[in-house]
Ligand binder design. Structure first.
Ligand code: NAD
Length: 379
C-alpha cells in the first residue's frame, strides 16, 4: 500500500505529468492503479494505443464515441466497405485519409506504422477472416463477441494470432465493469461461501426479420450467439469455474421469423466441477430480460441490468452495489491498451482462448438441443 497523504495536493499541479509525479514518488507506472483519484487530476503522458475500427455499424459507432473519452487508446483509423461512411467517420472523428481502408486494400495496413490494433465489429461470420488478415498484417486484433461461428473457427483465429506474435482480445466489456468486478472480488474472497447456483437471463425482442442477426449464414445461429453468450460468459465469471456438462432445450413460437438454424429461445443448464449449476435463458422474444443471480452457502448477488450498456445495478446480501458508473467501452479500451502496451493482467481474461471457451459451450448447447442429450465438456 502506498501512503501519499503527506503530500500537499497543490504540489501535484506543479508537476506536469503522471510520469513526473510517479518518478518524484519513486514509483513505477505499475503503481498507478493504487492512486486513481490523484492520477485522474494529472494529464496522462504515457504511450497510447492507436486503434482502427473495422466495420462502421451501430456498435462500432458506440465504441468510437466512447473512445473519445479514453486516456490510453485513440481511434485513428477506419475500415469499411462503404466510402460514404469512411467520409463521415473522417470528419466526425478526425481520421486522416491515409488511415482509411476498404475491405480490398485492408491488407496494406501492414505498411502503416501509425496503427497498432484493428477492432473487428462486423457480423459474426466475417470475424474469422478479418482477424486472420489483421494478424497477417502484423497488427494486434480485438474482435467482437461471439468471436466466430464455432470453436474450430475461434481456435484458428487464436492460432493465427499466436503465429503472427500479435495479441487477440474479445470485446468482453463486462470484464472491466466495476459492479461486476466487485461481485467477482467478493466471490474470490469467499464472502458468498461455496457457490451453489447461478441464473442468467439474457434476451430482447429482435425486430426487423431481415437483419443479419436472423440470418444463419451471417450470425451462425440465433439468440444464443448474440445475447445468450452473455449468460454463458457470465456463468463462468460469476461462478469462477468452467462448466463440465451442458443440457439444453429450444422453444420456437415463430418459425417464419426464426428460420432453421436461427434459435428464438433456448434454455440451458451448465454443471460446474465444484457442484454449482447454472440455469439460463437466451431469447429473441422477450424484452427487459437482463438478470444475473448468484447464490452461495453464505450469501447472494443479484444484478439487473447485468450486461446491458448500463448502469449495471445490483445488490448482495451485504447491501447495494455502489461502485462507480462508467461507460463500458471507454474503460474496456483503456484497459485493453494497458494489456497491450504495459502487459497488464486483466482481472478476468479477455483473450482469444476465453472466446473459444464460450464457443465450445455454444457448440455443446446446440448439440444438446439437436440430440436431446447431456453433453460433457472439457474446456
Ligand atoms: P450492425 O449491423 O449495426 O453493423 C455491422 C456493420 O458491419 C455494418 O456497418 C455493415 O456494413 C458491416 N459489414 C461488414 N461486412 C458485412 C457483411 N458481410 N454483411 C453485412 N454487414 C457487413 O451490427 P452491430 O450491432 O454493430 O454488430 C456488429 C458486431 O458487434 C457483432 O458481432 C455483434 O455481436 C457485436 N456487438 C457487440 C456488442 C457488445 O456490447 N459487445 C453490442 C452490439 C454488437
Amino acid at each position: 500500500m502506498v501512503h501519499i497523504c503527506f503530500l500537499n495536493i497543490s504540489y501535484l499541479f506543479v508537476m506536469n505529468t503522471r510520469r513526473e509525479f510517479l518518478n518524484k514518488l519513486g514509483l513505477s507506472a505499475m503503481a498507478a492503479p493504487m492512486l486513481p483519484d490523484l492520477l485522474n487530476r494529472i494529464p496522462y503522458d504515457g504511450p497510447v494505443l492507436r486503434v482502427a475500427i473495422l466495420g462502421l455499424g451501430g456498435y462500432a459507432r458506440r465504441v468510437a464515441d466512447a473512445m473519445q473519452s479514453c486516456t490510453k487508446a485513440k481511434l485513428v483509423a477506419a475500415v469499411s466497405g462503404t466510402p460514404a461512411k469512411l467520409k463521415e467517420w473522417q470528419s466526425k472523428y478526425g481520421i486522416p485519409e491515409k488511415n482509411c481502408y476498404n475491405y480490398e486494400n485492408f491488407d496494406t495496413i501492414r505498411n502503416n506504422k501509425d496503427i497498432d490494433v484493428v477492432y473487428v465489429i462486423t457480423p459474426n461470420s466475417t470475424h474469422k477472416d478479418f482477424v486472420i488478415r489483421t494478424a497477417a498484417a502484423g497488427k494486434h486484433a480485438i474482435c467482437e463477441k461471439p468471436m466466430a461461428l464455432n470453436a474450430a473457427e475461434g481456435q484458428a483465429m487464436v492460432d493465427a494470432c499466436k503465429k503472427a506474435n500479435v495479441k487477440l482480445m474479445i470485446g468482453y466489456r463486462l470484464h472491466f465493469e466495476p459492479q461486476t468486478l466487485e461481485v467477482i472480488r467478493m466471490r474470490k474472497a469467499g464472502e458468498f461461501g461455496k457457490i451453489l447456483f447461478f441464473q442468467g437471463l439474457s434476451g430482447f425482442r429482435a425486430g426487423d426479420p431481415n437483419q443479419w442477426r436472423l440470418n444463419k449464414q451471417l450470425a451462425g445461429g440465433g439468440s444464443l450467439m448474440d445475447i445468450g453468450i452473455y449468460s454463458i460468459n457470465g456463468a463462468r465469471y460469476m461462478i469462477g469455474e468452467d462448466p463440465i456438462w451442458v443440457t439444453a432445450q429450444e422453444t420456437k413460437t415463430n418459425p417464419a421469423k426464426f428460420k432453421e438454424g436461427v434459435d428464438e429461445t433456448i434454455q440451458f443448464q451448465l454443471g460446474f466441477p465444484g457442484g454449482a449449476v447454472a440455469s439460463c435463458l437466451s431469447t429473441y422474444n422477450m424484452n427487459n430480460l437482463d438478470r444475473f443471480f448468484l447464490n452461495g452457502e453464505n450469501g447472494f448477488a443479484e444484478m439487473q441490468p447485468s450486461t446491458g450498456y448500463g448502469p449495471i445495478k445490483g445488490r448482495t446480501h451485504k447491501g447495494e452495489l455502489n461502485q462507480p458508473i462508467v461507460t463500458h467501452q471507454t474503460v474496456q479500451m483503456d484497459e485493453m491498451a494497458a494489456i497491450i502496451l504495459e502487459g497488464k493482467q486483466p482481472p478476468v481474461p479477455v483473450d482469444g482462448e476465453e472466446g473459444v471457451k464460450d464457443l465450445k459451450i455454444i457448440d455443446a448447447i446446440y448439440s444438446a438441443v439437436s440430440t436431446n442429450k447431456k453433453i460433457t465438456l472439457t474446456l
